[in-house]
Design a protein around this ligand. Structure first.
Ligand code: NZQ
Ligand code: ZN
Length: 386
């Protein structure tokens, strides 16, 4: 295990009824609130009305229509609203897209230039407005981490930025708020949670046993509860376990003490940057192909660990057969949750693969991944995904 610094700054208010603490969570920062949300799901399921009722003593300015795969244009709009209205705190109500967009707005409020600069170069992030979130989708872990991913469709770039100052102050996690999630978002969100864990589980660092055991437990949580949440959308226990797994998967707990670049995320970000696909869907397609591509004498033992401890497959003398079975299980699981299993199903062909592969390696630092990949390797993986 390597040296690390771990901080879980965010106050989590978890469970039914915790929304009643919303005004108390905002009050320390001031009265001027920028309320951010997406395309309208919170208006349909009543969360918006509840939030507005609780904000009656605040001055609320709204930024709506934040896109899935949030665009830099929404960030620019939000920064303008903050500056014009002397906003004290941002309240993000939604999934990762709304929260990520809000984080960059919060940083952009103190940046004089175009906010795209602070996406490309996180070292330009200075002060950041405080952020409070009400989570409605278990997936990204954005409710408890420092990351934000923003898309620039003009340049076909989807890039991650990060600053500890962008970590939300408080996040309200009510599993009931996910009862209205469509099955595909439940599945894609779970694939995203699993990918966050797998990206850290498969790393070169040895001896991070505790992180790996936590990771295996979280993966099993996803495997157990995603099908239940899909079949019974209002099952509180299933939603609660997925919701908390999402936060724990990417708040630093699984990745601390390990190093190395991630692989599937940079590849998926290229797919979203060119085709605007759902993040978790792209990951569910890429992940099993990547696993199969990197399976070798060097990696097989880790895959055996994955097969035995996550999928509980019976021990076998043939390590490669066991590893392949675990990869099959991964692929079948995503399919059984209703996620498309090929890029062809999403209407994606190979025409942009060369460019995407180059960019994935460049932006993702894939030479430093668990198994170092060249653009040609990435292109081969993408071809396997067709
Ligand atoms: O926009 P609305 O109308 O709210 O609908 C959303 C959206 O269409 C809907 N939805 C959310 N909660 C709902 C609901 N519908 C019904 N009931 C509810 N309770 O779901 C759709 C997807 O929402 P979105 O916020 O886009 O999903 P997600 O949370 O998966 O976020 C994806 C974004 O986060 C980035 C992804 O790349 C993508 O841009 N990521 C952020 C990370 C981070 N900050 O650490 C890490 C991740 O790896 C990821 O890259
Ligand atoms: Zn992700």
């Amino acid at each position: 295990m390597e040296n690390f610094r771990f901080n879980a700054y965010t106050e989590i208010l978890f469970g039914t009824g915790q929304i009643e603490h919303l005004s108390r969570s905002l009050e320390p920062y001031g009265k001027n609130v920028l309320l951010t949300y997406g395309g309208g799901s919170i208006k349909k399921n009543g969360i918006y009305d509840k939030v507005m009722e609780l904000l009656k003593d605040f001055n609320v300015i709204e930024l709506d229509k934040i896109e899935p795969n949030p665009r830099i244009e929404s960030v620019r709009k939000g920064v303008k609203l903050c500056k014009e209205n002397k906003i004290d705190v941002i309240l993000a109500v939604g999934g990762g897209s709304t929260i990520d967009c809000s984080k960059v707005i919060a940083a952009g409020n103190y940046y004089e230039g175009d906010p795209w600069d602070i996406v490309v170069n996180p070292s330009l992030i200075g002060e950041v407005l405080p952020i409070v979130t009400v989570l409605t989708l278990a997936a990204t872990g954005s409710e408890m981490n420092k990351n934000a991913v923003i898309s620039n469709m003009e340049t076909n770039e989807k890039l991650g930025t990060a600053s500890t100052k962008m970590i939300p102050q408080t996040s309200i996690l009510n599993p009931e708020y996910m009862f209205t999630l469509p099955a595909i978002q439940t599945a894609a969100g779970t694939a995203d949670i699993m990918s966050h864990i797998l990206e850290n589980y498969f790393q070169k660092t040895k001896g991070a046993y505790v992180q790996d055991k936590i990771s295996e437990g979280l993966l099993q949580t996803c495997i157990k509860y995603c099908p239940i949440a899909i079949n019974e959308p209002t099952n509180y226990e299933a939603r609660a376990n997925l919701m908390w797994a999402s936060s724990l998967a990417l708040n630093g707990l699984c990745g601390c003490g390990k190093s190395g670049s991630w692989t599937c995320h940079p590849i998926e970000h290229e797919l979203s940057a060119y085709y605007d696909i759902t993040h978790g869907v792209g990951l569910a397609i890429v992940t099993p192909r990547w696993m199969r591509y990197i399976l070798s004498d060097d990696t097989v033992d880790k895959f055996v660990e994955y097969a035995l401890n996550v999928w509980h497959l019976p021990l076998s003398e043939d390590k490669f057969a066991l590893a392949n079975l675990a990869i099959d299980k991964t692929e079948e699981f995503f399919k059984s949750c209703g996620i498309p299993s090929t890029l062809t199903e999403l209407g994606i062909d190979r025409s942009k693969f060369d460019l995407m592969a180059e960019k994935a390696v460049k932006f993702g630092g894939l030479q430093n991944a668990y198994v170092s990949l060249t653009p040609e390797d990435v292109k081969n993986i993408l071809i396997d995904c067709l």
